[in-house]
Structures are given as C-alpha cells and as structure tokens.
Design a protein around this ligand. Structure first.
Ligand SMILES: Nc1ncnc2c1ncn2[C@@H]1O[C@H](COP(=O)(O)OP(=O)(O)OP(=O)(O)O)[C@@H](O)[C@H]1O
Ligand SMILES: [Mg+2]
Length: 370
C-alpha cells in the first residue's frame, strides 16, 4: 500500500464536530460591528433595564444566528438575572408553539401540549418573569417563516405589550430575518412599540470567506489534508451562493469522498462531486421544515409541469382529504417562503386560471424529499 493511502482505521478528520451545522464556532471573525451593536443593545439588561429591541437581517448563511448565540453565551457569563431564549420559528411556526418554547426554556419543564390556551400559557411565562424578577430576551430566529398568516405580528405584539397587561414584565425581542427576497412589513401596531436597532449582515467578501473556511479547515482536519487550491475552490462556491453553510457542508462531504477513495488529501474532484449535494443545503433545510401535508403538496408540484391550481387541488385532496381552503393556505405559505411561483394565465375555461410552478429544479426538490 502506498503511503498516500489511508489505513482502514485512519481518518482525515482531527475534529469533525466543528463541521456540524449547529456547532458554535470559537473563531467568529468579520462581524465585529454587528456583535458590537448587539451587545450595546442588550447591555441595559445587566443593569436591570429592558434591552433595546433588535432587527437582525441578511441573506442565508451570513452568521446571524451564530452572532446572536455568541452574544447570548457571553452575556450569560455575566448575569443570572436575564433569561436568553432562542426560538426557531421555522420549527415553531405558530403563536402557541413560540410561547411553548419560551415557557419550556424559562421554567425548564415542557408545557402541556393541549388543553391550554395561548393566553393562559403566555400569562404563566410573564408571571414567572415578574415573580422571579428576571428580564427575558427572546430571539425569534427565522421569523420570516411566521410572516404569512400574520403569526409574526401576533407573537411580537403579545411579547412587546406584555408590560401593559402585567406591570413589571421586562421583555425584549431580537427578530432575525433570513432575507430570501420576500418583502415584509410589520403591522403598524407592532412597529410603534418594536422600534428596533437594525443590524445588517451583508454577504462576506471572498477574502473573508477564504479566511473563515481555512480556519475551519485547520480545526477540522489533520495537516495538509486540504490543499490551498481546494480551499480556494470551496471559497468560490461559497462566494457564488453567499451561504457559508454551503462551504462547511462541502468540507465535510469532500473529505468523506476522499476517505472513500482512501486518499490522504482532498482533491478538486472530491469537491466537485460534493457540490452536487451541498448546493441543495438551503433548499433541503427549507423542505425539511415543512409539515407532512406541505411535503406532499410540493412533491406533487415537482412531479407535474406547470399545473393548474384546480388539477393540483384534486390530486392533493385525493391523497390528504383536505379541503380547498387549507390547500390554498399551503400554496400561499410556500410561495411566501419562495418555494413556488403562482401565475395567472389567460386560458382556462372559466377565465383566468392559476398556474403553479416550483421555483427550484423539480429533480432537486424530489432529491430533498427523499
Ligand atoms: N464569521 C464567521 N466565522 C465563522 N463561522 C461562521 C461565520 N459566519 C457564519 N459562520 C458559520 O456559517 C454557518 C451559517 O451561519 P448562521 O447559521 O449563523 O447563518 P444565518 O445568517 O443565521 O443563516 P440563515 O439566514 O439561513 O438562518 C454556521 O455554521 C456558522 O458557524
Ligand atoms: Mg439562522
């Protein structure tokens, strides 16, 4: 066996966990001004005052969630009087789910899943805060998934006006928007109390991407596993998509490809093969967060071609038994999260018909549904 070949029990990964997507990186550079704004807004909490609300926005994979978690982690070391809660609105996409998650993290007990009204549970949360004299900072992560059906406004309104109903309640909000090109605005009633510090996360430039990726390589792999030109190639792919997640996923997958060949180094070809899957990471994340019915629907849409809403509804109803109103809501929700396009066409027997098209390659959607 040549010395370039891996023995069966050898690996290229020195510390593979740094390539997991939920890993909070030690090295978090090029976000100094955003971190500073976040800290500045939250700082009043350390003196018992309600922090300034924040609106954090930027395109996918630009470090928004990571920045907020880093700041939470650091502040937790300085105070016991503030409770920091992050809610993933892609998973918890109703007002009730959001407040359940807050309750769970605040009280360390899962709330009853049924039989309790939103208002009751919300009251418990606020009462707990007031009784324990604590300040609550809630990060509503990926809040854009709450925009359709007005859930975002409801949740924010309740949290922001809590102190009017329950004097002494101190709650502040960080709304994190993953900007996927959907226009949004908050209800004026929310806007007038939210008044956030706006913090923009611009896309990283090539040099920044390369720096972040090469640092991750140092932590993840043994020496000389990833040659410089391969690192550059990965940085180019990140630059194309703007999403650092693609780069981290590419590192993991291309190194696994190299291991499969029993090679001690990652080659360009390992990267090219890995990119086929990594480029879908955002789409797959989006699709994974859908409910069973939504997945059924997007599957039907991906399998057909430019379907008319009526025909699509028939197939959907045959499988799920759901009615037209629900069907229509799901279509609206998925077009708000940029999975679908809906267009009107001039044809159709009774005038204009709605044509429903996937925004991604149907084969990519089907791949993510596997
Ligand atoms: N400056 C940075 N240094 C090191 N790693 C980073 C940096 N920015 C982002 N990352 C990494 O990139 C990945 C994506 O970052 P993050 O999840 O914070 O993005 P996001 O802006 O919240 O994306 P989305 O809008 O899709 O939720 C994470 O794994 C994170 O560790
Ligand atoms: Mg995020």
């Amino acid at each position: 066996m040549s010395k370039d070949m891996l023995l069966w029990d050898e690996t290229l990964f020195k510390n593979g966990e740094v390539l997991e997507l939920d890993y909070l990186p030690e090295y978090f550079a090029h976000r100094d001004s955003q971190i500073k704004s976040l800290k500045f807004s939250l700082k009043p909490a350390l003196r018992g005052m309600r922090p300034v609300n924040c609106l954090v926005k930027g395109s996918p994979g630009t470090g928004k969630t990571t920045a907020v978690l880093k700041v939470f982690k650091e502040m937790k070391e300085h105070t016991d009087n503030v409770v920091f809660v992050k809610v993933n609105c892609q998973m918890d996409s109703t007002r009730f789910a959001v407040v359940s998650r807050i309750y769970e993290q605040l009280v360390n007990v899962k709330p009853p899943s049924s039989g309790v009204a939103f208002r009751k549970l919300f009251e418990k949360v606020v009462k707990h805060l007031v009784d324990s004299n604590k300040i609550l900072v809630v990060a509503l992560d990926d809040i854009n998934y709450l925009f359709h059906e007005g859930h975002a406004d409801e949740v924010m309104y309740s949290l922001l006006r809590a102190h009017e109903l329950y004097p002494g309640a101190r709650i502040s909000l960080i709304a994190i928007i993953s900007d996927i090109g959907v226009p949004y605005s908050f209800d004026p009633r929310v806007g007038s109390v939210f008044l956030p510090e706006e913090i923009d996360f611009s896309r990283y430039d090539f040099g920044e991407i390369r720096d972040i990726i090469s640092n991750r390589i140092q932590h993840a792999f043994y020496q000389n596993v990833v040659p410089d030109d391969v690192c550059d190639r990965i940085a180019e792919y990140v630059d194309m998509t703007g999403d650092l997640r693609v780069g981290i996923d590419l590192l993991k997958r291309s190194a696994l490809n190299a291991e499969r060949r029993a090679s001690r180094t990652v080659s360009m070809d390992d990267v090219e093969k890995a990119y086929e899957s990594s480029r879908l990471i955002y789409l797959c994340r989006n699709i994974r967060s859908l409910t069973e019915h939504e997945r059924t629907l997007i599957g039907l849409i991906a399998k057909g071609t430019d379907q008319q809403a009526g025909e699509l509804y028939k197939s959907f109803h045959d499988i799920t038994g759901l009615g037209y109103t629900r069907f229509y809501e799901l279509i609206e929700k998925m077009s708000a999260s940029q999975l679908l396009d809906t267009d009107f066409s001039g044809k159709g027997m009774r005038g204009r018909t709605r044509i429903i098209k996937p925004r991604y390659e149907p084969k990519d959607i089907l791949k993510c549904l596997e």
